[in-house]
Design a protein around this ligand. Structure first.
Ligand code: DC
Length: 243
């Protein structure tokens, strides 16, 4: 078992995982794993190669050989600049279509296996905040802090709508709600690593909470965990907008 501390933030799309992961990273100095981005990259790579997204062996072999790079972004709403095979794809992987493709390839057990070691390699000192669907149930079962962040489907569709609009993407709220509900069903009902809270996770419903309130609730879980002995910064951080 690794000594390096891990905080897992699992939950459905639009629950505010990405935003709270960033405020926690600023406060703790921990590394971040955006595991959804990995599945989005596999989906995009499969599309670019003209693969059938359901051909499990071919997509898994592509996932094992992914040529990707993450770099802290210099400006803009995305915290990371992301590269696939030498081409920048930061915005391309954030569309709703890319999310649906990610959810499709993520249902294939061999694809999940293929990304296993890559995900574990993000666990580096001083610690890791891992954002996804199965971080606390499968990939980092021994994490010191496990959060399951959720919100109603309509609140999540609203947030996603505002997020995508801010990024200049043209989307319809009704389509987003349909897409989120279909994605929830696929992620929750698949046989491998379904979206469920870990038994030892703290469940937080962010429907009526601001980002600052979500951050405060997660922080109180951290304060009551084994993690607080680790090298985390106990100062407050500024969290101004909603999740
Ligand atoms: O977090 P996200 O919306 O970027 O994730 C995109 C899809 O990837 C999501 O619908 C399901 C899949 N996913 C997964 O199966 N397991 C993870 N740990 C992260 C994402």
């Amino acid at each position: 078992m690794s000594e390096i501390k891990v905080i897992t933030i699992d939950g459905p799309s639009g629950a505010g995982k990405g935003a709270v992961t960033q405020t926690l990273a600023a406060r703790t100095g921990f590394h971040v794993l955006d595991s959804g981005a990995l599945y989005r990259l596999v989906g995009l790579a499969a599309r670019q190669s003209g693969l059938d997204l359901l051909s499990e062996d071919a997509v898994a072999s592509l996932a094992r050989g992914l040529d990707i790079a993450f770099e802290p972004a210099k400006a803009g709403p995305e915290p990371l600049t992301i590269w696939l095979s030498g081409r920048e794809v930061t915005h391309q992987i954030r569309t709703d279509e890319a999310g649906v493709d990610a959810s499709t390839v993520a249902a294939l057990p061999k694809v999940r296996d293929a990304l296993g070691d890559l995900q574990l390699s993000f666990r580096k000192p001083p610690g890791l905040i891992a954002d996804g669907r199965d971080m606390g149930t499968v990939v980092f079962k021994d994490a010191q802090v496990k959060i399951f962040l959720t919100a109603s489907a309509s609140v999540r569709a609203d947030r996603r709508y505002n997020q995508l609009k801010t990024k200049g993407m043209d989307v319809s709220l009704a389509d987003l709600l349909d897409s989120i509900s279909a994605r929830d069903a696929r992620d929750s009902n698949r046989s491998t690593s379904p979206l469920v809270p870990a038994e030892d996770a703290t469940i937080i419903d962010s429907s009526d909470l601001s980002l600052a309130q979500v951050h405060a609730r997660v922080w109180s879980v951290i304060e009551n965990s084994d993690l607080i002995g680790a090298n985390v910064n106990a100062d407050e951080v500024e969290t101004t907008d909603g999740p």
